[in-house]
Design a protein around this ligand. Structure first.
Ligand code: GCO
Ligand code: MG
Length: 408
């Protein structure tokens, strides 16, 4: 058997998704997620203009060989566009292999190491009351872990804060349909550093010590600011502090480590294991945050997580709404199978997205399971997808109060 056709499907059920469909000569279909928020069409064209014709006629079972052929064969290595395209091919081939085996993918990865995957929800609010209501709402839904983001007095709309109330299934979407240019937000690190520790203190007072609290710094602090922040919030026992500093500066994490025992997570903007080399071997992080979709797929992610395991570092796979249900399924199968699982991000998709992508995930008391359908367990309904035309949407650009461009 061989790969007979390769199609790229771009759809926008409330937000944009790029999905790869690989069909074998005997009609088995595999799906892969290639969504890169705000740069979707670059990956779609990489796949349709360059990779599709290379894949036709190849043996669909040779997943490792295909991965190496696309990675080394491009000569131009790494980068989010290339790695998202390779990830989509890799996921689709694993989907096909598991369907042929008649097994859910996690069985081919070694079988389940746990009964379900602990997930964290996004709790946010413009002020403490709204935030506290959101946390209560998620606790009532059964969540045992929440990521906490809140407004900072004096600043307008900022990253991670939803205007919607608690328990809303699709409460925060960072990409904005703002026409030809990204929307702009403002930021001031000093006000943030002064405000946040008090918020964590009030959460601990109100919700006690059981709740796992996560927080995303979203690349905005300098190394020394991040070190101060991590030290200031130590008494509130964060599960992790994510993206305290811009991800590309691996040695910045040394400074944070020297000053604090707050666990650190990083990697959602990384594309390969090489982005982690210093971080892992020097034990500068506690959680690997890559998305399967942006890090070359299941093949690459399994190797990265096994490498991290040797250093006692656990997984925290990226799972916002800009990862499609196909990418999320890939994450859940890995989460279930690996030994060094930490936690999984879970931002449920909206109803239109779930009409396009039919999933077999189950949620029970704060834990997700990918289901036991053969393959990844997600099928795309092409007719439903066809009803939602691509609409330009961008992540915002951030500026300091004096107008200087800052990390968003
Ligand atoms: C997270 C992330 C996302 C990103 C988004 C960008 O921790 O979930 O920071 O919310 O901002 O994925 O496309
Ligand atoms: Mg993040």
């Amino acid at each position: 058997m061989s790969i007979a056709s390769v199609d790229v499907i771009v759809t926008s059920p409330g937000r944009n998704f790029v999905t790869l469909k690989i069909t074998t000569s005997d009609g088995i279909v595999g799906w892969g997620d290639a969504t890169l928020n705000g740069r979707e069409l670059s990956v779609a064209s990489y796949l349709s203009e360059h990779l599709a014709s290379m894949l036709i006629g190849r043996d669909e079972d040779r997943i490792e060989d295909t991965w190496q052929y696309l990675y080394r064969g491009a000569y131009w290595r790494r980068g989010p566009v290339t790695m998202a395209a390779i990830a989509a091919v890799d996921m689709a081939l694993w989907d096909i292999k598991a369907k042929k085996a008649g097994m859910p993918l996690y069985q081919l990865l070694g079988g389940a190491s746990r009964d379900g995957v602990r997930v964290y929800a996004h709790a946010s609010g413009t002020d403490f009351e709204a935030l506290s209501n959101a946390i209560t709402g998620y606790r009532e839904l059964g969540f045992t872990a929440v990521r906490v983001q809140t407004g900072v007095p004096g600043l307008g709309q900022i990253y991670g804060v939803s205007a919607a109330g608690p328990g809303v299934r699709y409460d925060y979407e960072p990409a904005k349909r703002s026409g030809d240019r990204p929307a702009e937000e403002t930021w001031d690190t000093r006000q943030y550093l002064n405000h946040m520790p008090g918020v964590f203190s009030k959460i601990r007072e109100e919700f006690g010590t059981d709740l796992r609290i996560l927080h995303d710094g979203h690349h905005r602090m300098s190394p020394i600011e991040a070190a101060r922040f991590a030290k200031d919030v130590e008494p509130y026992d964060l599960f992790w502090l994510e993206d305290a500093t811009p991800g590309e500066d691996q040695t910045a994490l040394r400074l944070i480590r020297q000053h604090s025992t707050t666990p650190l997570a990083i990697g959602e903007v990384f594309n390969t294991v090489y982005d982690y080399q210093t971080l892992i071997t020097e034990r500068l992080i506690d959680y690997v945050r890559s998305a399967v979709t942006h890090t070359g797929g299941i093949t690459a992610m399994k190797k990265l997580l096994d490498f991290a395991a040797i250093y006692g570092i656990r997984s925290g796979i990226h799972g916002p709404t800009d990862i499609s249900p196909v990418g999320m399924a890939a994450a859940l199968h890995l989460d279930l199978a690996i030994h060094n699982f930490g936690i999984q991000e879970y931002m449920p998709h909206n109803e239109q997205t779930l009409e396009v992508f039919q999933t077999s995930f189950t949620f029970d008391k704060g834990f997700l399971h990918p289901g036991d359908q053969p393959g990844l367990g997600v099928e795309l309904d092409e007719q439903a997808a066809g009803a939602f035309e691509y609409t330009k949407a961008y992540l915002p650009v951030n500026r300091l109060l004096d107008g200087t461009v800052h990390d968003w």
